[in-house]
Design a protein around this ligand. Structure first.
Ligand SMILES: C[S@@+](CC[C@H](N)C(=O)[O-])C[C@H]1O[C@@H](n2cnc3c(N)ncnc32)[C@H](O)[C@@H]1O
Length: 583
């Protein structure tokens, strides 16, 4: 199922007291059409027998018949009381009947965070830990600060999820977007009647509900009496919208952490090439750059022949096809060499050369860093860019290719590319990275289509690699940069997002920076460099990031560290001990 096809569950939280969950769910016309209800597990202050069980009369949830449709609320918990024992009994009972989810009360302004966090920790750790606990909270900034404190004390546990109660108007949703919001509760007072007399939300509140359901939250109306029309409206509001193919593709990868590809060390699979090839804006830009280069450059003066274009790292041939299209567009004859080191892709190149290119392309199997050409190229085309620009080892491969394959005044496409960094808040991604940490470690960058995340500042340029001039000596591939970000705090930095931009030729560029992203291009998602321990940033405080690109032997890797005024992270991935790129 793709993300866009996912249906958002819509529920009801009755304001009136409910005597018995089963008859409410089965008989009350007011909840017909809802997918779930949010109701207390027990009535008022229930008695627990000395033997440790509840009396039937005290229960709202009395059987497991409708458990799949119930989010069970525990009773309010008073700090310093022995309500903790009651909470325990309620959770044990809720687990026994198999409730869909259990909701803990919100930590009120007077609730000491330490006591509340300790109470929660007791439920989510140890032998009888429950998988997930919904913490109910208001959406204002003070509530977010309280939540942040409690979550820190609970070690950013993935078991804690949020049920966010909106107030309407100026809910600060940006602050909640990076948090694990699994449920949005909309009080009926937020609804207004439209011209036809139907309850609807104001435009700004519609946007908030859509944004939160879009990152995977269910939605419920808090209502007295018949909630049917509110439920239908919320279902309509959170329905999937029509998307184009590129958006559908991106949606399927929302917040999915991917290990970055290593096209130099590994041989890519045919399906991976097929995914690249679907990204037409990228190849359109290449075609334009090649056509401009053909018009702008003279072929080697010693030769009367057409310019020689070498596609280094041709894959299954999309750039070869674009060289031929650019030549036709520029009305310039060309000679084309396709160089590739992946034996599987070589078979596809032969097939296309026979069927599509009528043998016009010279195919060469080899490594661009060691290939000995019979003739130097006028134009060298390659696409070895990763999400952080140089993380697929474009510098190492292209510097060698420029020296060995390109004549001194030749054109290299791309001629330069740069890496960018921005601080990122996303407890969702951080929790996922922590989940993978046994396999890959938390000191590993990922490629991810960022969605449940908030960028805390504009991206800053880290470094650049240039291939327009041939350097007399091989390039220095190591880099280091420290940048300062003015963060819109208070916020939590869970890591950094990495981006790149590239100049293909003259004014033809590619970019995945949010500030100037190439329209509709979808084959590169940003990089995510997690911090092992997230850093809190207060209002007016900045964040400093230092990143190194280091190289030794046949390995290249990144190390990174973050600092605020009050705290600092560890230096991540020292000596590439968790993540490296192989040459
Ligand atoms: C990111 S893919 C791009 C492939 C193709 N140009 C496209 O757009 O679909 C990079 C390609 O370069 C090839 N490659 C990487 N390093 C190479 C090297 N040193 N020599 C030759 N080919 C290389 C990989 O096998 C892969 O096919």
């Amino acid at each position: 199922m793709s993300y866009a096809e996912k249906v958002v569950a819509v529920g009801v939280e009755p304001v009136q007291a409910i005597g018995d969950a089963d008859s409410y769910i089965t008989d009350d016309p007011g909840v017909a059409g809802a997918d779930f209800v949010i109701i207390p597990i027990t009535k008022g202050t229930p008695r627990v027998s000395t033997a440790g069980f509840f009396a039937l009369d005290d229960m709202v949830v009395r059987s497991s018949t409708n458990a799949y449709a119930i989010i069970g609320k525990t009773t309010e918990w008073a700090p310093g009381s022995d309500d903790g024992a009651l909470l325990s009994h309620q959770i044990t009972y809720a687990t026994y009947v198999g409730l869909k989810r259990i909701m803990a009360p919100s930590p009120g302004p007077d609730t000491p965070a330490a006591e509340f966090a300790r109470e929660l920790m007791q439920r989510i750790t140890g032998d009888h830990a429950i998988e997930a606990l919904l913490v109910r909270t208001d959406a204002d900034q003070a509530s977010w600060r309280r939540w942040r404190r409690v979550r820190d004390m609970c070690g950013h546990s993935r078991a804690l999820e949020i049920a966010l109660v909106l107030a309407g108007g100026d809910d600060d949703v940006d602050r909640w977007r990076p948090e694990p919001v699994k449920l949005v509760i909309v009080p009926s007072a937020m609804f207004v009647l439209n011209d036809a007399g139907h309850p609807v939300l104001r435009r700004s509140d519609q946007r908030i509900v859509r944004e939160l359901t879009d990152i995977g939250a269910a939605v419920a109306v808090q209502h007295e009496g018949d909630a049917g029309r509110h439920v239908s409206y919320l279902r309509y509001l959170s329905r999937p919208t029509d998307r184009d193919t590129a958006a559908l593709y991106s949606d399927a990868y929302r917040d999915v952490l991917q290990v970055p590809l290593q096209p130099l060390m590994d041989h890519l699979e045919s399906d991976t090439y097929a995914t690249f090839e679907a990204d037409l804006p990228k190849y359109d830009a290449y075609e334009t750059a090649i056509a401009k280069a053909l018009l702008g450059s003279s072929s080697s003066s010693s030769s009367k022949e057409a310019p020689l274009v070498v596609v280094a790292g041709a894959g299954r041939g999309p750039l070869v096809a674009r060289v031929l299209a650019a030549a036709a567009r520029a009305e310039r004859p060309v000679r084309v060499v396709a160089l590739e080191k992946n034996p599987g892709a070589m078979v596809e190149l032969q097939r296309r050369n026979q069927l599509e290119w009528r043998g016009a392309v010279e195919l060469v199997f080899g490594d661009m860093r060691s290939h000995e050409p019979a003739e130097m190229a006028d134009i060298l085309v390659s696409e070895l860019l990763g999400s952080f620009g140089d993380n697929e080892l474009a510098p190492e491969c292209m510097d060698a290719a420029v020296r060995r394959l390109l004549r001194p005044a030749g054109v290299c496409i791309p001629c330069s590319y740069a890496a960018y960094l921005a601080p990122l808040s996303s407890s969702v991604l951080h929790a996922r990275a922590a989940q993978y940490s046994q396999a890959h470690g938390l000191e590993t960058p990922y490629v991810v289509n960022l969605h449940a995340a908030r960028r805390l500042a504009a991206s800053e340029r880290m470094w650049q690699f240039d291939h327009h001039v041939q350097h007399p000596e091989p390039m220095q591939f190591a880099r280091q940069k420290t940048v300062e970000f003015a963060v819109d705090g208070p916020a939590v930095v869970h890591g950094f997002a990495g981006y790149f931009d590239a100049v293909l030729y003259a004014d033809v560029r590619l970019s995945i920076r949010p500030e100037d992203h190439t329209a509709d291009m979808h084959s590169w998602f940003p990089m995510f460099f997690p911090l092992t321990v997230p850093l809190n940033v207060e209002h007016g405080e900045g964040v400093r990031a230092s990143v190194w690109r280091r190289c030794a032997g046949r390995r290249v890797w990144y190390e990174w560290v973050a600092e605020t005024r009050a705290a600092a992270s560890i230096v991540h991935n020292v000596n590439g001990h968790q993540y490296w790129i192989g040459q």
